[in-house]
Design a protein around this ligand. Structure first.
Ligand code: MSP
Length: 519
């Protein structure tokens, strides 16, 4: 059976979940759900990154121990992921023993490979990125290139990893596996970076305590990125375990563009050194800003809490917006106005209307049960769009998949408009034709419910229930499609609209509520 192992980055516990972290997690969930629907043996991992100087400092500022801080924030992550309908199979915390054991094992393997040596690190360090920078990488020789903030100058005893040794092998890997980093633009960027020359990497620190002590020298804690990256295999139990054999190498590490270097340079080289296979694809997404500003703890207006959107709209609405608005890979700009406008246009109008009018006409013209199609009348052909949707999901392009699904929805709305069942129904001799039209529209809605399920899981269930399916399931449609996807005679249920339209007054109210909540 095909296996599909997908991971998100593990999130630092110095910050609560926000739109950016929600985006990564939702996107990973969408791909995991798609592969489950395809019948693939799927494993979806997320978790938290709890060690390092940044967490130690934040805990101190809050008068907490690092572990107390982590416990509180982990609760926030778990609640948020539940509210967003995230279906991870495991949640790894780097403070767990199961993780620490595997990190120590990886360290020992690096030592055995002869790839670690003791030295002195003198240079720049950004605590917010937990990253070392060379003078040439800094802005104005003093600012972090990611955060634009002052970096620290450190000078301490450190173990180094022979990263430079693996430069050629890494470039060769990029050559042999063109999909190793997706999309293409990020691949080119990282290849250029590697070609500027890889320097050996400092992989232990001595000036603070909060981390995993190296198994070979108790004065050093392991560099937080070596610790964190190992989560992708420690969560499986480490090399040699059954779960590891089943799922490693991962098909996809989904990450934001800010952490590409760690995943596409350091991680592969650690794996080369330890003789373990590399993940298949590092799928890199862009960055969300809020009204043109970078999401930041110091700018409350950018702190969009996904939970607030879920409680006033729905988790499906937020999931849809984030995945439809920008292609994975590009940057996006979030505003409550665009969220509501897209909700009204795509969910309330296109999908909501198609469902509502189809159901209410079935009640009116077909006694409320799914009628039989006729073999002699034209239906809508969906095969091409379904194959396209599948291709887009296979290519990790959910925004294009959604565009294609919406083409089906609009096409079905046009099919109803041009066939005018309300006019035909006036003459009882047209009943077979009316039955056929309604059956075609209901059947299409069944397939739409299947296709949207990875992104809009709750809506998929609601639509299936409305189509009289008592126990909704999700399984990816295979072409050629059947024209009898739903049993004839199912009693359909009209009920209230799926996505009630948000009028101007409610729009202004919602924006006011959300803006206040983020202050
Ligand atoms: N702990 C590291 C990752 C270790 S993985 C072995 C880390 N954590 S983080 O909490 O800072 O956030 C990581 C991820 O959150 C980013 O890579 C990105 O996927 C996501 N995002 C955080 N802010 C974001 C935006 N503003 N927009 C989109 N995604 C963002 O880095």
């Amino acid at each position: 059976m095909t296996t599909f192992y997908i991971t998100t980055p593990i999130y630092y516990v110095n910050d609560v979940p926000h739109l950016g972290t929600a985006y990564t997690t939702i996107a990973a969930d969408v791909l995991a759900r798609y592969h489950r629907a395809q019948g693939h043996d799927t494993w979806f991992l997320t978790g938290t990154d709890e060690h390092g100087q940044k967490i130690e400092q934040t805990a101190k500022e809050q008068n907490k121990t690092p572990l107390d801080l982590a416990n509180t924030v982990v609760n926030r992550f778990e609640t948020t992921w539940k509210n967003l309908n995230i279906t991870h199979n495991d949640f790894i915390r780097t403070t767990q023993d199961r993780h620490k054991t595997v990190v120590a094992d990886i360290w020992n393997r690096l030592v055995d490979a002869g790839d670690i040596y003791l030295g002195e690190y003198k240079g720049s360090y950004c605590i917010r990125c937990e990253s070392f920078y060379t003078e040439g990488q800094l802005i104005d020789k003093k600012l972090c290139p990611i955060h634009n903030s002052e970096i620290s100058r450190i000078s301490e005893s450190s173990y180094f990893f022979r990263l430079s040794k693996y430069q050629d092998r890494l470039l060769e890997h990029f050559n042999n596996y063109p999909d190793f980093v997706q999309p293409e633009s990020y691949k080119n960027e990282i290849i250029s970076f590697i070609k500027t020359g890889l320097r050996d990497l400092s992989i232990s620190r001595t000036s603070f305590q909060w981390g995993i002590t190296t198994p070979t020298d108790d004065k050093h804690v392991i560099y937080v990125w070596l610790d964190a990256l190992t989560n992708y295999i420690s969560a499986l139990g480490g090399p040699g375990t059954d779960a590891y054999k089943q799922f490693w190498p991962a098909q996809i590490h989904l990450i934001g563009k800010d952490i590409l270097r760690f995943h596409a340079v350091y991680w592969p080289c650690f794996l080369f050194a330890t003789n373990l296979p590399l993940p298949k694809t590092i799928l890199t997404h862009g960055w969300w800003n809020v009204r043109g500003k970078k999401i930041s703890k110091s700018l409350p207006a950018t702190q969009v809490d996904p939970n607030h959107i879920v409680s006033e709209l729905s988790s499906d609405a937020l999931r849809y917006f984030l995945l439809r608005e920008i292609p994975l890979g590009l940057d996006g700009d979030f505003s409550y106005e665009t969220l509501i406008d897209r909700y009204n246009a795509d969910l309330a109008n296109d999908l909501g209307n198609l469902l509502q009018r189809t159901l209410s006409m079935t009640v009116k013209f077909c006694d409320g049960s799914v009628p039989l199609p006729s073999n002699h009348l034209p239906s809508i052909s969906l095969d091409e769009e379904i194959n396209q949707t599948t291709k887009h999901f296979d290519n990790n392009a959910p925004s294009l998949a959604l565009e294609t699904i919406w083409a089906i929805i609009r096409k079905t709305n046009r099919y109803i408009d041009s066939n005018k069942p309300w006019t035909l129904a006036k003459d009882p001799t047209n009943q077979d034709t009316v039955n056929h039209i309604m059956s075609t529209a209901l059947n299409t809605l069944y397939y739409v419910a299947q296709l949207i399920a990875p992104v809009l899981p709750d809506t998929s269930i609601t639509i299936q229930n409305k189509l009289g399916i008592e126990h909704p399931t999700v399984s990816w449609p295979q072409t050629p499609l059947s024209s009898h996807a739903i049993e004839s005679n199912n009693t359909i249920e009209c009920g209230s609209p799926l996505f009630p339209r948000i009028d101007q007054t409610r729009k202004e109210d919602l924006i006011a509520i959300w803006s206040n909540e983020s202050k």
